[in-house]
Design a protein around this ligand. Structure first.
Ligand SMILES: [Zn+2]
Length: 205
């Protein structure tokens, strides 16, 4: 069963573990394309996928009007993401690709495989829950709360400039700095330690 409400803590915590376990992340902006290369997941533009997969509309991207979609092979180990490379600006592609990584890392395709493959039959609300979870994951990976806070990168202007995310995503992160007075948990502290050089560079040049 798809959760009734988005699991915010689960999504954030998976995102932090993902950043911690991935050696290629030490500064910003995060490169989701590198993640696909590192993990051996397949990432195609819609036009590439058309010829490679021999399909008129790979993963029904155009039919569903989605910016990207991800599927898992029947064997169960190979993930394929197809994305619309006509999306502008580039920061939006960064977000979209990280959102798809979120679906993979949050196990959406394994736990809700049937529904993920056949989204046509899903109730809108159920589908939205997974979308919110993937967005929560993307926000934490692209603009990790603890690292930005420790670096003093807390204004939407600076978040946008350094993390190369959209104005909307930057503004959203800025509001969490104003709103949330949460203590760092263990993975926040480990992230701060991992990004030590980056933070030092920002604070002391
Ligand atoms: Zn999605």
């Amino acid at each position: 069963m798809i959760p009734k409400k988005p699991r915010f803590n689960y999504s954030r915590s998976k995102a932090k573990k993902f950043l911690l376990n991935n050696t290629s992340f030490t500064s910003f902006p995060v490169d989701p394309f590198q993640v696909y290369r590192d993990q051996g997941w397949l990432l195609f533009t819609w036009s590439e996928a058309k010829s490679i997969l021999g399909s008129n509309d790979p993963l029904k991207l155009k039919k569903t009007g989605a910016e990207a979609r991800t599927s898992i092979t029947r064997g169960g180990n190979i993930y394929i993401t197809v994305y619309d490379d006509t999306i502008v600006p580039k920061s939006r592609v960064r977000w979209t690709a990280t959102h798809e990584i979120g679906h993979i890392v949050l196990n959406h395709l394994i736990e809700y495989e049937k529904t993920a493959i056949n989204r046509g039959g899903l109730f809108k609300e159920e589908y939205k829950v997974l979308e919110v979870e993937a967005d929560t994951f993307a926000a934490e990976v692209l603009t990790p709360f603890a690292v930005l806070k420790e670096s003093g990168i807390t204004s939407a202007h600076n978040i946008k400039k350094i993390c190369d995310v959209s104005s909307k995503a930057s503004y959203y992160r800025e509001t969490t700095f104003k709103k949330v007075k949460k203590e760092f948990d263990i993975s926040d502290r480990r992230l701060v330690s991992k990004y030590k050089s980056f933070i030092h560079e920002v604070l002391h040049g």
